[in-house]
Design a protein around this ligand. Structure first.
Ligand code: AHM
Ligand code: MG
Length: 334
């Protein structure tokens, strides 16, 4: 059977469908190459001395792992010289990173969470890289944080790599969702799933239930109804899964359905959840929508949110459409 490579898939999007410019195709290939390098480091693990804390913190006040720092550097180095980007921004950096003057500057902006779920890395559970691509606003020559503050609906590409039992790359350029698997013997990405579709109904949900006592009423109601199973108002049993790596949880949902929730809660009512809008919720939200699912913050479509800050947090409900609509309607009723 002849397989389609990532390059061939992207060339078809560019040439036959005229969906993406050549610069974006090249940029995505470089991002995929960086993910490949990260995958090799993740796989070597202890043998390469890459596990454990880096001894530094990031802008979110989180302890950085050695692999957080390595993955961030791999992405910066791989992407800075290509000529297609104006600037990059990362979960691991306080401010955006304009492409240095020694390289040509392009018209795209790249955001990433270099190693999502990195608290799982030392226990050998799946982690991943999430990325989002925006266009630089017209007429801007000196990119700064403010130029990244565009709603998710303006993304031109988004994806993630999941470093699990196999390494996979899941990607959208606005024409459905494609999945590629890395053949690590030859270092090539091959198309292993196209037009991925999330079923509208599901029996699986994902939430960190240790926060239950802090949840707001709509989330409590929704989860209690799921837990009541066939004896409750839903009339069917549900199963719960929580990897604590957003990439792994979303990958399961894109593969077989489900709903993922990280709500805001009563501990800090003004703090909108844990996850970050620009490089976690927006790319994942767009992938989920492109696969036929839905993504809201409880009241609004994630992709319509006008960002105010680069590292802004947001509540997240995403996955199978009918479940996301239900929990969102509970928020509206109260
Ligand atoms: P990170 O980007 O610092 O790794 O944090 C985000 C992660 C998500 O991958 C995951 O869904 C969530 O945090 C897990 O949170 P919790 O520790 O509350 O289970
Ligand atoms: Mg993250």
């Amino acid at each position: 059977m002849s397989r389609v490579s990532l390059t061939q898939y992207l060339v078809e999007k560019q040439r036959e469908k005229n969906l993406i410019p050549a610069e974006l195709r090249l940029l995505l290939e470089v991002v995929a190459r960086a993910c490949k390098r990260i995958s090799f480091s993740v796989r070597k693990g202890e043998l390469a001395g890459v596990l454990g804390d880096a001894g530094t913190g990031n802008v979110q006040g989180e302890q950085q792992k050695k692999l957080d720092v390595i993955a961030n550097e791999v992405l910066l180095e791989a992407n800075e010289w290509g000529g297609n980007l104006a600037a990059m921004a990362s979960e691991e950096m306080d401010h955006s990173y304009p492409i240095p003057n020694r390289y040509p500057r392009g018209s795209f902006l790249l955001l990433f969470d270099p190693l999502d779920g990195s608290s799982n890395i030392d226990v050998n559970v799946s982690v991943g890289t999430i990325f989002s691509v925006l266009r630089m606003p017209e007429g801007v020559t000196d990119p700064a944080d403010e130029h990244f503050l565009q709603p998710g609906s303006r993304q031109v590409a988004a994806g993630y790599a999941v470093y699990g039992p196999s390494t996979q790359l899941v990607l959208t350029v606005g024409d459905g969702v494609a999945e590629f698997t890395l053949d690590s013997d030859i270092g090539s990405w091959w198309l292993t799933g196209n037009n991925l579709t999330i079923p509208a109904d599901t029996r699986e949900y994902a939430i960190n239930a240790s926060n239950r006592r802090h949840w707001m009423a709509p989330v409590r109601r929704y989860v209690e109804e799921l837990e009541a199973g066939s004896q409750g108002p839903r009339g069917k049993d549900f199963n719960m899964r929580w990897v604590a790596s957003m990439v792994a949880d979303i990958h399961r949902i894109i593969t077989r359905g489900g709903i993922f929730m990280y709500p805001r809660d009563q501990r800090e009512p003004d703090k909108p959840g844990k996850l970050r809008l620009m490089y976690e919720a927006n790319p994942m939200g767009w992938l989920i929508e492109q696969a036929g699912g839905a993504a809201t913050d409880g009241t609004r479509r994630i992709l319509d949110i006008e960002p105010e800050k680069l590292h802004q947090r947001v509540a997240v409900f995403m996955g199978s459409k009918n479940e996301v609509e239900r929990v969102t309607s509970y928020h509206r009723e109260l």
